[in-house]
Design a protein around this ligand. Structure first.
Ligand code: BGC
Length: 762
């Protein structure tokens, strides 16, 4: 469709009006010109298509659909193919239902375990979040349905989400908060990007020209339309200028009128309105022209897929003495309401109206397992009465093993507000303690969107983290507990021992409307590793019913001075050394070993999920590009690889990396240097050109200085400053010190000439 031609025929009023939604979920039609409306819906882990009663907080019903595991769970799969499958299923649903864009994936970084929306987000790690985002987008868009990667950017808290300003420095944005968006835009071209509610360094994302145009379009090459988060527009005219194309859900025409007025007053270039319209129509027509309404939506088949996905996301955190998997013939007590009615999704705009839910209890009964049930606690009353606990204990005593289904009730975490603490409900903790005392074979199965403290961790033998595993979670739980599925999930975030350990703890909610991201790039394991802190479970951790060996790390390092396009290839062998089929999540980390500049100890730069039969081994290769070693340099405003040593580590968690090697490399470019009288010798001496030019002057000065001293020097003075100490002190002297200490009258002008030459030369 020639959208330019359509836009050329539209009146200013029609164009302004196209830049906001018709209602909650539709763009506007322009009947006069035959332009159709198009529908968008949430997202991200299921379709929340609403008919009549609409809202953006998941309060009102939507059509019956399939709730897949949430982002917190799918990221733990470390499996791109799996996430892509989820995306394909979503895309099919949208084709079937006529939804042009499904709002997701949500890729905000988990800065604190407290963020109420962490359950929708992928990770504390930008690389993992980016890979998952690409897989999700690839899947959905392969069905000619659009995605809306969200919330751009720095929406890592719900507290004051529509007014607070996330204050982050350039390097932190580039290294932590942007890469997931960047990877997705560059590699997958999401049809739309959703800007966040918050301000970024003072300016609302919805009117932030640097964010929406300079970075997103000019640098990364984004071609779709930018949509506001629902109600995120503050100044609509500024938004049009900045690159916010579509306002959702609209503002009863008020903002449309402002756009018209601004054009008429000469304050807004009409071309910018045309630009927004063209971008919106491009996407509207992309869907219309690729419609496949006959696409079937087999909900039962997708329920089965949801169970398969959930099984591969679950993280076996602890399994002392191989308690799991449980014997299928054993008497097992299921305790806890979540065994009967699991918590499998979070609250808010992502809330799916599941057509069916399978609990663990139902799945166990269907499988003919010898399972008894006691509620143990009440979710509604957030309470465990003495009687409930007694009954749970009795059930546990009468069984070979006890499985407590626990976690966070809905009210504890949701879109719209943050958690106040990292604890589980007291009543559930009490039930776990009591059951663990009654039966040494106690397993805890967790349902939560974000890390919790585990005061009972030393008292239970096994812990299975299911996160929010979607509507088929119970089926997947039973498969994992009884060994039909070998767990292979790995944590996409660190579980700290306590909330206070988290790097954002001191500043998380900020003051008033200002939230400073003061921990900078040290988010999650980047912080815990740098400080060498104990954690409850590290990033990347996850056990299996089999064992894997990591062997034979090989490197193919072409050059040591890297240019764009250069790569380093790393190959390892992963072997299943146990007795069961299983899937390993091989992880590769890169760490800069130089003390200067300040960088994390290690950063995830590659991972592969590898399925292996017992005894089988496979070669796994990782291709590291220049970016894998780079950091953001705020002087040149670009990625740069400081010259130095780098560690490459491979293993199955950020704290278990049996393979390690070191390489020396750096950027092929030289950083521009600028010198003045305050430049210090240490920096000057590291630059061969400066060293050569300064040498004669320094020798002269040192001769004079030591000559002067020698005449009156006492033994005590000699002892006070050794030669080595003198040299060490000298390193921090500025150039102008040559004028103050022991120079002749000509030194100043000689230095000025040298500085001039050096600056000219660089
Ligand atoms: C959420 C978005 C969501 C939108 C539409 C907002 O409140 O932040 O993630 O897509 O509502 O429901």
């Amino acid at each position: 469709m020639d959208v330019k031609k359509i836009v050329a025929q539209m009146t200013l009023e029609e164009k302004a009006s196209l830049c906001s939604g018709e209602d909650f979920w539709h763009t506007k039609a322009v009947e006069r010109l035959g332009v159709p409306a198009s529908m968008v819906s949430d997202g991200p882990h299921g379709l929340r298509k609403q008919d009549d009663k609409v809202d953006h907080l998941g309060v009102n019903d939507s059509i019956k659909a399939v709730c897949f595991p949430a982002g917190c769970a799918t990221a733990a799969s470390f499996d791109r193919a799996l996430v892509q499958k989820l995306g394909e299923a979503l895309g099919d649903e949208c084709q079937h239902e006529g939804v042009s864009v499904v709002l997701g994936p949500a890729v905000n970084i988990k800065r604190s375990p407290l963020c109420g929306r962490n359950f929708e987000y992928f990770s504390e790690d930008p690389y993992l979040a980016g890979e998952m985002a690409c897989a999700h987008i690839h899947g959905v868009q392969s069905r000619n349905v659009g995605t809306s990667i969200k919330h751009f950017a720095c929406n890592s808290q719900e507290h004051r989400r529509m007014s607070s300003s996330s204050q982050a420095d350039e390097r932190t944005l580039r290294e932590i908060y942007f890469p997931a968006f960047e990877a997705a835009v560059k590699r997958e071209q999401p049809w739309t990007v959703m800007c966040s509610y918050n301000r970024l360094n003072g300016t609302y994302a919805s009117e932030n020209q640097w964010l929406l145009t300079d970075v997103l379009r000019d640098e990364w090459g984004f071609q779709g339309y930018v949509v506001s988060d629902w109600g995120a527009v503050s100044d609509r005219v500024a938004g049009i200028r900045a690159g916010l194309d579509l306002e959702m859900p609209g503002s009863m025409g008020i903002n449309d009128k402002k756009i018209v007025q601004a054009v008429k007053d000469g304050k807004l270039d009409e071309k910018l309105v045309d630009r927004a319209c063209e971008r919106i129509l491009n996407i509207v027509y992309r869907f219309v022209e690729n419609r496949k309404p006959e696409t079937p939506w087999d909900k039962e088949a997708q329920h089965a897929l949801a169970a398969d996905i959930a099984g591969d996301c679950m993280v076996l955190l602890k399994n002392e003495g191989d308690l799991l998997p449980l014997d299928k013939d054993a008497d097992v007590a299921f305790i806890g309401e979540f065994a009967l009615s699991p918590r499998f999704q979070g609250g808010g705009s992502s809330h799916i109206n599941s057509f069916k839910i399978t609990s663990a209890l139902e799945a166990a009964k269907d499988a003919g397992l010898r399972v008894t049930y006691e509620p143990g606690y009440s979710v509604k009353d957030d309470e465990a009465t003495d009687e409930m606990i007694e009954k749970a204990v009795a059930a546990a005593k009468g069984a070979k093993a006890a499985v407590v289904f626990a976690g966070l009730p809905d009210s504890y975490e949701s879109e719209g507000y943050d958690r106040a603490h990292m604890r589980m409900p007291d009543c559930q903790n009490r039930v776990i303690e009591a059951v663990a005392k009654a039966n040494p074979n106690t397993v805890v199965v967790l349902h939560n969107g974000s890390p919790v403290e585990m005061p009972w961790i030393g008292k239970v033998r096994a812990v299975l983290e299911t996160y929010l595993g979607g509507q088929a979670v119970g089926l997947a739980e039973v498969r994992v507990l009884f060994g039909d599925v070998n767990p292979s999930g790995h944590l996409a975030e660190t579980f700290p021992l306590k909330l206070q350990d988290n790097p954002s703890y001191l500043y998380y909610l900020g003051e008033g409307n200002v939230t400073e991201y003061r921990e900078g790039v040290f988010v999650g394991y980047r912080y815990y590793d740098k400080k060498d802190m104990d954690v409850l479970f590290p990033f990347g951790h996850g056990l299996s019913y089999t064992t894997f060996a990591y062997e034979n790390l090989r490197l193919d390092l072409g050059k040591t001075l890297l240019e764009n396009g250069d790569t380093v290839k790393v190959t390892v062998t992963v072997k299943n050394t146990g007795k069961r089929f299983g899937k390993a999540a091989a992880q590769l980390y890169v760490g800069a070993l130089n003390a200067d500049p300040i960088r994390p100890v290690r950063e995830l730069k590659g991972f592969e999920k590898v399925a292996l039969n017992p005894g089988e081994s496979r070669e796994v290769s990782f291709t590291l590009d220049k970016r894998a070693f780079a950091m953001w340099n705020s002087e040149i405003h670009d990625w740069y690889v400081p010259q130095g040593q780098y560690a490459i580590e491979v293993g199955d968690s950020s704290r278990h990396l049996p393979l390690r090697t070191e390489i020396t490399l750096g950027d092929a470019r030289e950083l521009p240097r600028h010198y003045d009288m305050n430049s210090i010798f240490m920096d000057l001496m590291a630059d061969p050109k400066a060293r050569a030019l300064l040498k004669p002057l320094m020798e002269e000065s040192s001769r004079k200085f030591s000559g002067d001293q020698a005449e009156g020097e006492t033994e005590a003075a000699k002892e006070a400053v050794s030669e080595a100490m003198g040299e060490a002190m000298m390193r921090y002297m500025p150039l102008r010190a040559l004028i103050s200490f022991g120079a002749d009258e000509g030194t100043a002008s000689k230095l000025e000439e040298i500085i001039r030459q050096l600056n000219g030369m660089s």
